[in-house]
Design a protein around this ligand. Structure first.
Ligand code: SF4
Ligand code: MG
Length: 324
């Protein structure tokens, strides 16, 4: 397996009237070809900002202030906006929680997907239309020839999400970034959409970054997981390592807050008390210290390094230090 994407010490800040907010404070992780990587964390952990930075689509006050985003061996921060436009939507595509942010309500679904195809590929309208219908069929839209002419509001929520997946995958991207793609959907549809993404990953040969606040979602779909908190990666490992041998107290907290089924009854969740750090005044120590049941003095003073548990499994926590 080859590295498709590698982030080195990525730092992203927003420059607001109230000063600098350090949304991402040095994130490093990689994605291999053909892999599905889960990026898990609460809102405000920096996971969505990281994905927008990869696409260079940060809001106007946001800026990449450090690090590298190596995609197929080139740093995306070194290329022109013109080159970036060729990559965006074509080689790297994105789907969001709310399909309405990508779908334009005044154009038909079919028109919008065929326009994406025409923008990136030298094909005529007829070929683009055929490809669109093929994509709609692939994502499970019934009677795609007729549905081609529907407007977004004529689709159900689940169908809109399928249409958005069709639009994201119509150019057969190397990388799909899916940010909370199923959060707005009910549980049954959620499972169907995740299953669909899993299938399409192999059909289209796309690597996926799946961003979610829900650790439950990654278990089925991902091979590796990173857990983000306070703009930093707290733990990285395979799905099995994260679920069966979690090392970071935040990862453990996330696992404990998953709903469990016992005797056919859903058990009450144990939420993690407290709230994430204010990243306009980032803590000098461990970002989780305020909420961590194991916090010691050193945790509040100094940010821990990464400690390797096994090859490929590491966590940022003083508890793993040999000389603690
Ligand atoms: Fe908790 Fe300290 Fe580990 Fe941070 S470094 S997670 S505060 S034990
Ligand atoms: Mg988000």
């Amino acid at each position: 397996t080859e590295r498709l994407l590698e982030l080195n010490n990525l730092k992203v800040s927003f420059f607001t009237n109230n000063g600098e907010v350090q949304a991402v404070r040095g994130a490093s992780f990689y994605l291999n070809n053909g892999e599905v990587l889960g990026v898990v964390g609460e809102s405000g952990s920096g996971k969505s900002v990281t994905s927008m930075a990869i696409l260079r689509l940060l809001k106007s006050t946001g800026r990449i202030v450090g690090g590298e985003i190596n995609y197929k061996g080139q740093n995306l921060m070194d290329i022109s906006e013109k080159e970036m436009m060729k990559i965006r939507g074509n080689e790297i595509a994105m789907i969001f929680q709310d399909p309405m942010t990508s779908l334009n309500p005044v154009f038909t679904i079919g028109y919008q997907i065929s326009e994406v195809i025409r923008r990136h590929q030298r094909v005529n309208k007829k070929v683009a239309r055929e490809k669109t219908i093929e994509m709609l069929r692939l994502v499970g839209i019934p009677s795609p020839e007729e549905r081609y002419n529907n407007y977004p509001h004529e689709f159900s929520g689940g169908m809109r999400q399928r249409a958005m997946i069709a639009m994201a995958l119509c150019c057969e991207p190397y990388l799909l970034i899916a940010d909370e793609p199923t959060t707005a959907l009910d549980v049954t549809i959620q499972a169907q959409i995740l299953e669909l993404m899993k299938e399409l990953k192999d059909t289209i040969n796309t690597s996926i970054i799946l961003i979610t606040h829900d650790l439950g979602v990654v278990a089925d779909v991902c091979s590796r997981v990173i857990v983000m908190y306070g703009g930093l990666v707290m733990e990285e490992g395979t799905v099995d390592e994260i679920f069966y041998n979690p090392q970071h107290p935040y990862t453990k907290g996330l696992l404990e807050s998953l709903p469990k089924m016992e005797d056919g009854q859903k058990q009450k969740l144990i939420p993690i008390e407290g709230s994430p750090p204010d990243l306009s005044k980032p803590p000098s120590g461990c970002p989780f210290a305020e909420r961590c049941p194991y916090a010691k003095d050193i945790c509040r003073e100094k940010q821990p390094s990464y400690y390797e548990v096994e090859a490929g499994h590491k966590a940022m926590c003083w508890l793993l230090s040999k000389d603690k």
